[in-house]
Ligand binder design. Sequence first.
Ligand SMILES: [Zn+2]
Ligand SMILES: [Zn+2]
Length: 592
Amino acid sequence: MNLDLDQVEEWLAAHPEIHDVARREVLDGKPSFEHEKTCLAAWDVTCTIDGEPHDLVVVITNQFPADMPKVYLRNPERYELLNHVNCHGDICFWDRRAGGFFATSRPRDILSSGIYAALKRLEESLKEPDPDNLVDEFEGFWRWLKGKQTVAFFAPPARESVRMTVRSTHKGSTITYAGELPSAAYAQRFKNGDPETAWYFPLDTPVLPPSSDTVSAAYVRSLFGSVKVKTSKFDVWMKNGKFRKKPSGKKSKFRKKSEKDRPRTSQTQHYTFFFSTPRPAGGHALFGVHIKGRSKENFFESDSEKPWEITPIEIEHHYREFMTERAGAEYDLTEVSVAVVGCGAVGCRVAEKLTLMGVGELVLVDSDYFTHENVFRHYLGSSSIGTKKAKALADNLASEHVGLSTVWRHMGREEWLEDHEGEAKRMDFIVDATGDFNGMREVSRQREGMGLPPILFTWVEAAGVGGFAVLDGDTKGCFNCLVRDRDQGPYMTCHYLKPDQVVAKDLTGCGSFIPFSALDAEKTAIMACEMLLDTINDPEGSPSMYRSWRGRADVAEKMGLEFNPSFEADSPLSVKDSRDFASVICPVCRGR
Ligand SMILES: [Zn+2]
Ligand SMILES: [Zn+2]
């Protein structure tokens, strides 16, 4: 859209709520407004609230009118802390809402409604300050402070004061983190970081963010007023003067000793402090400071701002509790343990989905090695060729997902059930994605007798004509309900292809495989995982369930395969969902 800025200026001038509209000077084609360097235009305007004038800056971003205008207080330093106004004066008035469309054909309306909303926010913040909300938005304020640095926390904040180590790496981008690393894979990434001591203090009472865009020494000292117990280790650390910058190069013992006895001279000091403040809305806000200065006194003995240089630290929450919620996981599955037996095309996707859903523990069971033939149908890639499938998958998932605990078993289902019976019984669910019908039938028969948890059997039918998931739960309905015996041998009643056809494809003369695509496997895994989620949330316990999808005919037709009547009867791409699929002649369910 070609936006006429003179036109926009006329709209602003005509806006009933603002006056004294003056376009900001343009330098190098950009308006001279430090907080919005790439915007299209910015205007100084004034509004009146309760007879008091307030100077503002209205900014039109590059996205306008597909984005709201931005509205800033021109002189935020003249105000006390205001709700929804950060230290640059940026008024946060437009919360994301569902849909998120803008009537881009009516830019004047967007400009106007943006200004109305911003002024309404400002008026509310001026008239009805809400200190609780200021604490809730603490991290939002802290993030905008001048010269801010970022540190990653890989574990949730402790309840007590603790000593931590901060490390920075300088490979490409600087990543600084504090505390323990969640896995060996992270340790590899950070191994060259220089360690520095930091202290973490949970504050007992909520504190407000600073009202300016910098952090003063007085502010930091005042925080220590909210720390109940500083921990004796911290006192020792302070007493020994460990905050002094380590002298570079090696020095002899004797020299060190004599240094201690010397009269105090001014020395460069470094402190890193992290704090958490309780949020009225729940949880904690995390933030930190790095303090540097050269002085005879330590930071706490001195009561002046000089010579202390204070860098605010924003803390990124890289730990599971935060990350799964942030990623939109609806349920806390941290306590849920699932074993995935068979880590092939379907099993690996089930394991991946369970991980992303936030399941806390995965036990992966598979006796195969990963080969080049698996690559385009698997979560693992070429770099895993030749490795144990279960181990490679477990290592991969755990190293990429903080806080996931994994166990791998390089063995088949029967061996696992025999050698690790306790582990199998301890699971909340077992997913059997082996596609081994004889074995699935057997384990479904024995499940109750062995005291195993509910088992979800899931597989893709040849040529991708369908995908299936059966949950052997507490009610009637099980894998065996779907099996019929005939003279020629058993077959699955739910399948779309007629039994006894040769469905295996043969590319190399030996080692045939069942053809179906990675997408079919993925779709089946999603269906199976949704079923598990439904079961976990079912108030009745773990009712037995059946679900299947009907796929496409093209591949099967090309292979000359024949279909059962059910394939024609079900509509293409439809999904079946049933809790009432028990067979009256099923030997397993008869007793339930
Ligand atoms: Zn806000
Ligand atoms: Zn049954």
